[in-house]
Design a binder for this molecule. Structure first.
Ligand code: AMP
Ligand code: ZN
Length: 114
């Protein structure tokens, strides 16, 4: 999508602090971190929301979870612990309409699920 901010990051039109990348996935530090570790993991292909994932035909959710495991190891929070979150649509708090997984850690997370 031409005007999607995360698609622009995938295309290199907007810089990011890359944490992990493979052929289907890009992970980068969140620009407005809510915790010492806050990484956003996205599919390189544009998918607007969690509701647009076809889990019968597409293994992207598995790829995103696999990437979350890698990010946790890269950021050294796999043992200490972390939170994985996907916001979906307005009341879920989704602001960027390109599917993404938040990985939060590096401190004891409290009641921050809204
Ligand atoms: P959400 O509320 O789930 O849509 O989260 C969108 C996230 O993307 C927020 O945590 C933003 O801080 C983050 N974000 C927006 N623009 C950028 C950017 N250019 N680089 C890194 N993170 C970004
Ligand atoms: Zn996009």
């Amino acid at each position: 999508m031409s005007d999607c901010i995360f698609c622009k990051i995938v295309r290199g039109e907007i810089p990011c602090s890359k944490v992990y990348e493979d052929d289907k996935i890009l992970a980068f530090d969140d620009i407005n971190p809510m915790a010492p570790v806050h990484v956003v993991i996205i599919p390189k292909n544009h998918i607007s929301t969690l509701m647009d994932v076809d889990t019968e035909k597409d293994d992207i959710m598995n790829n995103l979870i696999a990437a979350a495991q890698k990010v946790a190891q890269i950021k050294n929070i796999a043992v200490s612990g972390f939170r994985v979150a996907i916001n979906c649509n307005a009341e879920g708090g989704q602001v960027v309409f390109h599917l993404h997984v938040h990985v939060l850690g590096g401190r004891k997370l409290q009641d921050e699920l809204g």
